[in-house]
Design a protein around this ligand. Structure first.
Ligand SMILES: NC(=O)c1ccc[n+]([C@@H]2O[C@H](COP(=O)([O-])OP(=O)(O)OC[C@H]3O[C@@H](n4cnc5c(N)ncnc54)[C@H](O)[C@@H]3O)[C@@H](O)[C@H]2O)c1
Ligand SMILES: O=CCCC(=O)O
Length: 534
C-alpha cells in the first residue's frame, strides 16, 4: 500500500485563488489559506471500495433526476490507465436515452429559467461546497480513471469547483441595457435571456473541470444541460452530477448520458429543443459538430486542439524559462490542450537551455498517480503512446536528436519517458500536430520576427508562452501571436476568473470569467412604442 501526502485546501478566498504547477504537483493555492497537509494511505483497490461506500461511484446515466441503465442494458468498461484494471462497468447509452435526457432538460428549463438569479446562485454555491467537501474522493476518482498524479487531480477538483463558485456569483450580474431612443415616443430595452437546453460534450483529460467550465455558466444563466462526458472518464462526471442532486438542483436541470458518442452527438444535433452545443475535444470532432449544428442552426462553442509555441528568448531568465517550460509542457504528462507543443529557443541560449531542461526532466518521477512523489502518470491509452512513438520516429528519421527519454518507460503499460528532443524542424510531425504526450521538441531560431513567424505557422491558435526579460518585447510578441491565451514568463495561466479559448481552428467562444456567461445568453431587443399617449 502506498502512503501519500495530499494537500488539503480551504474553501475560503476562492476569488483570489490561482493555479500553480510545481514540478511535483498542480494545486490551487488560496492567498489567505495555506494548505494543510495530512497523510492518507491507499492503493487503487482501497480507493475504489472507499468511493463505492461514499455513494459517489455511480455507473448509470442521470435522466430527469433518476439514475438509469442503458435501455438495452449494455455497459462499457472504464479502465485505470496505470494498471489496466477495470474500475467500473457503466451504462452504454445511445440515441433513445439522449432524447429522453433532452426532454427532461427541456421540461426543467421552464422552471429553472424562471428562478431568480439569487435562487440559482444559492443552488450553485451549495454544489460548489459539496464538490469541495468531497475533494479527496473526486481527486482519487480522477486519478483512478484518468491517471494523473493525485496532487494534480486534487488541483483539478479545486480548479473545476472554482468555476461553479465563480458562476454562482456571476449569476447575479446578468445585466440588460436601456438604449437612448431615436424617436421621442419609444423606449428601447435589451434583455439577456438563457439560450435554452445545452448539449455539453467533454474530453477525458480534465474529467471534472471541462464539465464545470460549461455547466457553471449555463446553469447560472438559467439554461439546463445534457452532459456527455468522455467514455474513458465518465465516473468523475457521474460523481459531480450526484453532488448536484445532493445540492438540491432540481431533477432534469443536470442530465448525464454516455456510451455511443456519435449516436448521442447526432441526437443532440438533430433535436430542435437543444439550442446550443458546447464542445471540448479534438478539432476533427469539433468540425463535425459545427457542421451538424447547421441543420437546426444551433449556437456552438468549441474548445479544440492546440499547437502551443513556447518561445525562449536569449534575454530570458534561464531558471524561470526552464521552470515555466517544464510546467507548460509536462502538466498531466503533456495531455492538456494548452501544453507547450513546440519549444522555440533563440540561438544564443539554445545549448544552455537544452542542457538545463534535460537535467530538470530527468528528475520527473514517473509512475502510478497514487504513488508519493510521482509527477508523471501514464498516458490515457495505447493509441496515445503509439501516436507519441510515431511522432518521435518521424522526427529522428528527419534528423532530430534525443537529449533525454525518447521511448516507452520501463514500467510498461502506457507509461512514456519524459522526453527532450533537439534539432526539431517545422516540417516534422512534432511541429505540425499536437503530440499530447510528455515530449518537449526544441526548435532553434535567430530573430524575433522568425520566432513570431514560426509560432504562427499553424492552423491552431489556443495558447502560447514567451520567456523574456524585455518588457517591450513581451508586449510586441504578445500582440503579434495569433493565439487566444498568452503566458509571459509563466507556464500555467488557467484560472476560472480569466477567459479561456482559442482562435483559428482552436475554437470559437470563451469559457471562464465574465465572458463565459455570454455563451449561454441570447440578446433580446424590446421596443416599447406609443409612449406619448395616455
Ligand atoms: N481547447 C480546450 O479547452 C481543450 C481542452 C481539453 C482538450 N482539448 C482537446 O481535446 C483533445 C483530446 O480529447 P479527446 O481525445 O477526448 O477528444 P475527442 O474529440 O476524441 O473527444 C471529445 C469528446 O467528444 C466525443 N465524441 C467523439 N466523437 C463524437 C461524435 N461523432 N459526436 C459527438 N461526440 C463525439 C468523445 O466521446 C468525447 O466525449 C485534444 O485535441 C485536446 O487538445 C481541448
Ligand atoms: O486541456 C485543456 C484545459 C486545460 C486548462 O484548463 O488549463
Amino acid at each position: 500500500m502506498n502512503t501519500l501526502k495530499a494537500s488539503r485546501i480551504s474553501t475560503a478566498a476562492g476569488r483570489f485563488a490561482k493555479l500553480i504547477w510545481r514540478p511535483s504537483h498542480l494545486v490551487r493555492v488560496h492567498a489567505s489559506a495555506p494548505p494543510l497537509t495530512r497523510q492518507i494511505s491507499m492503493d487503487a483497490q482501497s480507493v475504489a471500495s472507499r468511493l463505492s461506500n461514499s455513494g459517489l461511484l455511480r455507473s448509470q446515466g442521470l435522466i430527469g433526476g433518476k439514475w438509469v441503465d442503458a435501455y438495452d442494458r449494455k455497459t462499457l468498461k472504464v479502465y485505470n490507465p496505470a494498471t489496466g484494471e477495470v474500475v467500473a462497468d457503466v451504462s452504454c447509452m445511445g440515441g433513445r436515452e439522449t432524447n429522453d435526457a433532452i426532454s427532461s432538460a427541456y421540461d426543467a428549463f421552464h422552471s429553472w429559467s424562471k428562478l431568480t438569479a439569487a435562487e440559482r446562485s444559492r443552488f450553485l454555491r451549495r454544489w460548489y461546497d459539496l464538490l469541495i467537501a468531497h475533494r479527496e474522493e473526486l481527486g482519487q476518482l480522477i486519478t483512478l480513471e484518468q491517471g494523473k498524479p493525485l496532487k494534480e487531480a486534487l488541483g483539478e477538483v479545486s480548479y473545476g469547483a472554482g468555476f461553479i463558485e465563480f458562476y454562482a456569483e456571476e449569476a447575479k450580474r446578468v445585466y440588460g441595457d436601456i438604449i437612448p431612443s431615436p424617436l421621442a415616443d419609444r423606449r428601447l430595452f435589451v434583455l439577456k435571456q438563457p439560450v435554452g437546453v445545452v448539449g455539453s460534450i467533454t474530453p477525458w483529460n480534465f474529467p471534472l473541470a471541462m464539465i464545470t467550465r460549461k455547466v457553471g455558466p449555463a446553469l447560472a444563466c438559467g439554461c439546463t444541460v445534457v452532459i456527455k462526458p468522455s467514455e474513458l472518464t465518465p465516473l468523475t462526471a457521474l460523481a459531480a452530477a450526484e453532488l448536484s442532486l445532493q445540492a438540491g438542483i432540481p431533477p432534469g436541470v443536470v442530465n448525464v448520458v454516455m456510451g455511443n458518442a456519435p449516436e448521442i452527438g447526432d441526437s443532440l444535433l438533430a433535436s430542435t429543443q437543444v439550442r446550443k452545443i458546447t464542445f471540448t475535444g479534438s478539432t476533427a470532432v469539433g468540425k463535425k459538430l459545427m457542421t451538424g449544428a447547421g441543420g437546426t442552426v444551433k449556437r456552438v462553442s468549441l474548445e479544440l486542439g492546440g499547437n502551443a509555441p513556447c518561445i525562449v528568448f536569449d534575454d530570458a531568465d534561464l531558471d524561470v524559462a526552464v521552470k515555466g517550460t517544464l510546467a507548460a509542457k509536462f502538466r498531466n504528462s503533456g495531455q492538456t490542450c494548452v501544453c507547450a507543443n513546440r519549444v522555440l529557443v533563440q540561438e544564443g541560449i539554445y545549448e544552455k537551455f537544452a542542457n538545463a531542461l534535460s537535467k530538470a526532466v530527468q528528475n520527473l518521477q514517473v509512475g502510478d498517480g497514487f504513488t508519493e512523489g510521482v509527477v508523471q502518470g501514464p498516458l490515457i491509452n495505447e493509441a496515445a503512446v503509439r501516436k507519441v512513438e510515431s511522432f518521435i520516429e518521424d522526427a529522428i528519421s528527419k534528423g532530430a536528436k534525443i537529449l533525454h527519454g525518447g521511448k516507452r518507460h520501463s514500467l510498461g503499460m502506457t507509461f512514456y519517458e519524459p522526453t527532450v528532443i533537439s534539432d526539431v524542424k517545422s516540417e516534422m510531425l512534432l511541429s505540425r500536430e499536437e503530440v499530447f504526450g510528455p515530449v518537449a521538441p526544441l526548435l532553434r531560431f535567430k530573430t524575433e520576427d522568425e520566432a513570431i513567424h514560426l509560432a504562427n505557422d499553424t492552423n491552431a491558435g489556443l495558447a502560447a508562452y514567451i520567456f523574456t526579460n524585455n518588457m517591450q518585447r513581451s508586449w510586441r510578441v504578445s500582440e503579434a501571436l495569433e493565439y487566444g491565451l498568452v503566458g509571459v514568463n509563466e507556464g500555467i495561466i488557467s484560472t476560472e476568473v480569466a477567459p479561456f479559448g482559442g482562435i483559428k481552428q482552436s475554437g470559437l467562444g470563451r469559457e471562464g470569467s465574465k465572458y463565459g456567461m455570454d455563451e449561454y445568453l441570447e440578446v433580446k431587443y424590446v421596443c416599447l412604442g406609443n409612449m406619448n399617449s395616455n
